[in-house]
Design a protein around this ligand. Sequence first.
Ligand code: IMP
Length: 445
Amino acid sequence: MANVVVVGAQFGDEGKAKVTDLLANNADIVVRYQGGANAGHTVVVGDETYKFHLIPSGILYPGKICVLGPGMVIDPKAFIKEVKGLTDRGLDDSRLKVSSSAHVTMPYHMALDAAEEESRGDNKIGTTKRGIGPTYADKCARSGIRMEDLLDREVLKEKLDWMVPRKNVLLERMYNHPPFDAAAILEEYAEYGRQMSKYVCDTSQLIFNAVREKKNILFEGAQGTMLDLDHGSYPYVTSSSPSAGGACTGTGVGPTIIDRVIGISKAYMTRVGEGPFPTEQDGDIGEMLRQTGKAWAEVGVTTGRPRRCGWFDTVIGRYSVRVNGLDCLAITKLDVLDEFDEIQICVAYRDKTDGTIHKELPSMFSKFKQMEPIYKSFPGWKKPTYKIKNYKELPAEARRYLDFIAEELDCPVAIVSVGPTRDKTVVIEDPIHGPKRVLTQAVNP
Ligand code: IMP
């Protein structure tokens, strides 16, 4: 294999877990590098469905080491619950490693997340209320609690005695929230530390040693490029770095060890939470895409919120190819489009205020909000695709649709997923050992 980053190329929920799960077969170590229990990944193996929030989906393969990297924020209660759910189903947890530098989501982070959202009113972000933003805020303010602190009662006590009164001032005075008791938190979280100590280590060293032994590392992104704190639709983003660059900062490896970056996109698009979504469809089309009532309906794994649905957007696609340096794409959930008479793709935006056409994403958020999509229409294929195993067997209309995406994004489509299980996958080219993508030469406008 090689050292590969898998990133969401849209607004998250692209079906990364299924692709990660497929690629994990060839990896020795699977690493999550950012985010926390806000993520929700579903993997279907035979008749079994697994839902992950913190743990890399690679855990389903015996023998793979799964790492929660230093760029993550970890809610220990959620972690322990998730591990128990897996060990109850017979999975071996000795392969789990948690970075001693990962930050810990504390109960006051969750309370602040909810209170701040509430106070934003119409400007709310639509967070998952898992305390993600406030945990990363404390990390940046250099007052966060890290996994290593949970293992040392004295240090934890000192930090909590300083932090909790400050959080209480904010919570009580600004948000009318009852105060937290530092001593009670100390007891509860020291116990979590005790339970988690067997997983905690220097994961950067572990990965570096593995790279030297020519092992294969798979970096599993959560959320998606458009939710990236720096490169997404700020402020409607998460507080971490889901895009490919985050794989280095969030694990403690240098960029020179990364061989490939694979972007995952749905064959259409979804978003949960607030924020601009130019190709969103409210009516019947949105409902058809949402697949309500079906096994893989567009409902958030973490929050149960129905996802907003819309057509594939090549402007966002091109942007993702650029900011992630994608080598190839995996297009998921093609089968959801099987019943459509007509399928639309957004090829550019028109600025509603002055009529100008934009093939690239505007860098200013105020402009992004005023964009409306320009569509190209494709005839639907109106045939089931879920049994198809190779590209040539796909209906001609489906191939045309996929080829158009590859051409518009200037990035090959290597994998197409046509159903939730591992076998419902069409591999067009080997995403890891296939030819490395070469940037086409810029043409003068
Ligand atoms: P937070 O990450 O909970 O702070 O939420 C910030 C934004 O990211 C909200 O719009 C969430 O709906 C969105 N978000 C967070 N995690 C995910 C995810 O795993 N999939 C899709 N959207 C997410």
